[in-house]
Each structure stands twice: as structure tokens, then as C-alpha cells.
Design a protein around this ligand. Structure first.
Ligand code: DGL
Length: 272
């Protein structure tokens, strides 16, 4: 990030960018727009290249760079990496390359997670996030006494993108990973992929709902406080505006995103 701290203005009315591989990041947009209801939001879902969790570091760097450049052209004030996978794999390498502030989900929420008074924490995430051990590294950086158990659930992303939540097949896939995790007696389990909160009702069929943490809740709070601190909030009193872009299958995005966003009125633009 360049120079935003030195900004002498008291507000910034430019839009905020959000991105993910698909509809997952809407779980974050939903929380942020509730806390910051007067901002302009631009969302990019890279549906053509999803699932990100199976991609190599080189591929993810390429996708993320392309999306950051897309947001550069949109003159945003900040970009929210509403995607754990790119936060884990690309943030450190790309963070100084653009002229706006970048908020990575994992690095922004790990401090709060580490301060919970618990012994065992579980992480459900994509293969790429789990292989990076980013959650484990970040959480234990703040609290070395906490045990972090990581399990990859790559199949869950497809369930959500294909709107298959609640089918017996998807329930089975969710339960399998949950049973594996429960062997570690976690006090809390982090839904470390932004697609997974779509499965909270499925998870709640097999365990207490309050066992699960959607990090988007703390993430939204963090973004609000940070933007306030650096005079980045909009001065507008108008209701929020939303622009959506995807790299393929806009209709699918509309259907799958409905759980977290009222998509009926939304225009989904195809780009790339
Ligand atoms: N929702 C993304 C994440 O938080 C990526 C899921 C995927 O495309 O594999 O990691």
C-alpha cells in the first residue's frame, strides 16, 4: 500500500473492490456492507478459474494480479481479498504492487482467533490454504499454546457453486470431514474458505452451530475500524451501490449467490 496513511483528506468516496473465485466472497461482502452501508462496492468472481484451491502458486499469482489490475482500472480505494486461498498463497508476494490498500482475510483475522480462550482450534479450508499452513502460522505467531488442526475440504466449494447444499450426497461429504475433525476435540472450527458458510445449516445437522466460526464477522469489523482509522470511509449518506463481475457463467453465479445476497435485482457483468 502506498501513501494512504499520509492522505490528508478525511474521507474517500471511491469504491471498495472484493474478489473471490466465485460466490464465496459474497459471505464477506454481506457482512461488510451491513457495517458500512454507504459505500460503493465492486465484486469480482473469477468463476472461469475456480476452484482456486486446486491451483498452483504461479496460477494463483497470475489470477490475483489480473484481478488487482482490473480494480486498478476501476480506481478503487481498497481491495478486500474475500478469498482465503489467494490471501494464503499470493498476498505476501503481491501486497506492495498496487496503489490501493489490500485486506487479506487470514492475516486480518488471525490475531482475534488466537486470543480466544481455547486450547484446540480446527481449520477447514481448501487444499492450497491448508498446504500453505497460513492459518496455523498466523495464529501461532500470536499464541504458541494453541493447537491448530487443519483439514482440506475441496469438495465443499463445488457443492456451493452448484447450489447442491442439503442433498444427501453433499451432507455425506460434509459429515465425513466433520467426523475427521471432531476426533481432535476442537473447541472451535474456523470456516477457512469463504464458500463454507453456505454449508452452515448442513454442518449444524451434525454438530452445535456455535462450534463454527465464520471469520468474515471479525474481518468486516477489522476493515471498518481500519478504514476509519485511516480516513478511508465514504462521506456519502446514500445507500450502498453494488457492481458485480464474473469471468464466466453469470446465471450460475446469480443462483448460487442468492443465499447471501439478494441477486434478483443484481446485474451480473461478464468480463475478461
Ligand atoms: N472461496 C475461496 C477461499 O476462501 C476459494 C475456493 C476455491 O475456489 O477453491 O479459499
Amino acid at each position: 500500500m502506498k501513501d494512504l496513511q499520509n492522505n490528508s483528506k478525511n474521507f474517500d468516496n471511491r469504491p471498495i473492490g472484493f474478489f473471490d473465485s466465485g460466490v464465496g466472497g459474497l459471505t464477506v461482502l454481506d457482512k461488510v456492507q451491513k457495517l458500512l452501508p454507504n459505500e460503493n462496492y465492486i465484486y469480482f468472481g473469477d468463476t472461469k478459474n475456480m476452484p482456486y484451491g486446486e491451483k498452483s502458486e504461479a496460477q494463483l499469482l497470475n489470477f490475483a494480479d489480473k484481478i488487482f489490475k482490473f480494480f486498478e482500472n476501476k480506481n478503487v480505494k481498497a481491495v478486500v481479498m474475500a478469498c482465503n486461498t489467494t490471501s494464503a498463497v499470493t498476498y505476501d508476494k503481491l501486497k506492495n504492487n498496487y496503489n490501493f490498500k489490500i485486506y487479506p482475510i487470514i492475516q486480518s483475522v488471525s490475531k482475534v482467533l488466537s486470543k480466544m480462550d481455547i486450547k484446540n482450534i480446527g481449520i477447514f479450508a481448501t487444499d492450497a490454504t491448508i498446504n500453505s499452513h497460513c492459518y496455523k502460522k498466523e495464529i501461532t505467531k500470536y499464541n504458541s499454546n494453541i493447537n491448530v488442526y487443519e483439514i482440506a475440504c475441496p469438495e465443499w466449494v463445488k457443492i456451493v457453486e452448484d447450489s447442491q447444499e442439503g442433498t444427501s450426497e453433499s451432507d455425506k461429504l460434509v459429515k465425513e470431514k466433520l467426523d475427521e475433525m471432531l476426533k481432535n476435540s476442537p473447541d472451535k472450527i474456523v470456516l477457512g474458505c469463504t464458500h463454507y458458510p453456505y454449508l452452515i445449516d448442513t454442518l449444524a445437522k451434525f454438530a452445535q452451530k456455535d462450534l463454527f466460526i465464520d471469520p468474515a464477522i471479525n474481518f468486516a469489523q477489522y476493515i471498518k475500524e481500519d478504514m476509519k482509522k485511516y480516513n478511508m470511509l465514504s462521506s456519502s449518506n446514500d445507500a450502498a451501490s453494488f457492481e458485480f463481475y464474473v469471468s464466466s457463467s453469470p446465471e450460475n453465479f446469480k443462483i448460487a449467490g442468492e443465499m447471501f445476497f439478494d441477486m434478483k435485482k443484481a446485474k451480473i457483468n461478464l468480463t475478461y
